[in-house]
Ligand binder design. Structure first.
Ligand code: NDP
Ligand code: 8X3
Length: 251
């Protein structure tokens, strides 16, 4: 049976991926900061799919916590076939000159440093086995820059660079690295970006049909089910109504 670790599985894309992989028979390590949500997901996966799950509650921004949890995995959970580096967020939407440094730190520490801290713990396990697959959640914001989103876009451009670099560093060990770059996906993303303002968040998705977590989980399921010799390096996936990071046709 194959084992995957998914960071940020308490909502949105990560949760949808957990459900999709569980339905396909994977064992799962799921992470996030909200213990209640992780516990609920563990129970749901057990009831629906008889999934064996290891929930780990930690903040990926905290290097010490991340090392503590991931370097002390039980022996039976160390053979990791797939890492989905999904935990991430946007915080704030304003011109750089009006930006809040607390928002900047959250995004940089989670989207860049957190992804690196997690990867540093999991890569050696894959290298030892000479196999594995890492999927990083980038974004259309890692391909283009849009007004008021400079720091978020910078973090996702960093994920784009890290994904390319990881592929170079890991290719000798037979480890695949893929990046998924979605456009607008309706999750908790905008509620988090607008610091809990649900009305503002809902407005983002009005007038068009956004992607949802299951759409991204479908893409990931496709990528992980390809033959071993095939690696999808990079995918940009958008709602039909969205032509670029900043052009969405709304009616
Ligand atoms: P959600 O807000 O629904 O989910 C984000 C997940 O990340 C949650 O499970 C959250 O868990 C976790 N997370 C956030 N910060 C931390 C942290 N410091 N430590 C541990 N876990 C953390 O958003 P999405 O599902 O939309 O986002 C998932 C990824 O997809 C992100 O990397 C995002 O940038 C990317 N993405 C999203 C798009 C969108 O339009 N929604 C489009 C393109 C990319 P918890 O709060 O419990 O810690
Ligand atoms: C999330 C998509 O367009 O809000 O990465 O940056 S967007």
């Amino acid at each position: 049976m194959k084992t995957a670790i998914i960071t940020g599985a308490t909502s949105g894309i990560g949760e949808a991926c957990a459900k999709r992989l569980a339905s396909e028979g994977w064992r799962l390590i799921i992470t996030g900061r909200r213990e209640d949500k992780l516990k609920k997901l563990v129970n749901e996966l057990k009831e629906k799919f008889y999934t064996e799950t290891l929930p780990l509650v930690f903040d990926v921004r905290d290097e010490h916590q991340t090392i503590t949890y991931l370097s002390n995995l039980p022996e039976t959970w160390k053979d990791i076939d797939l890492l989905i580096n999904n935990a991430g967020l946007a915080s704030g939407l304003e011109p750089l000159q009006d930006g809040d440094t607390e928002d900047w730190n959250k995004m940089i520490d989670t989207n860049i440093k957190g992804l690196l801290y997690v990867s540093k713990q999991i890569m050696p396990l894959m290298i030892e086995r000479r196999k594995g697959h890492i999927i990083n959640l980038g974004s259309i914001a890692g391909k283009e820059v849009y007004p008021n989103g400079v720091v978020y876009c910078a973090t996702k451009h960093a994920v784009d660079a890290i994904s390319k670099g990881m592929r170079l560093d890991l290719v000798p060990y037979g480890i695949k690295v893929s990046q998924i770059c979605p456009g607008a996906v309706e999750t908790e993303f905008s509620v988090v970006r607008f610091h809990g303002d649900k009305n503002k968040a809902d407005n983002v998705y009005k007038g068009f049909t956004p992607l949802n977590g299951d759409d991204i989980a479908d893409v990931i399921a496709y990528i992980v089910n390809l033959p071993d010799h095939v690696c999808i390096n990079d995918i940009v996936v958008m709602p039909k109504a969205q032509a670029s990071a900043y052009v969405t046709h709304k009616v």
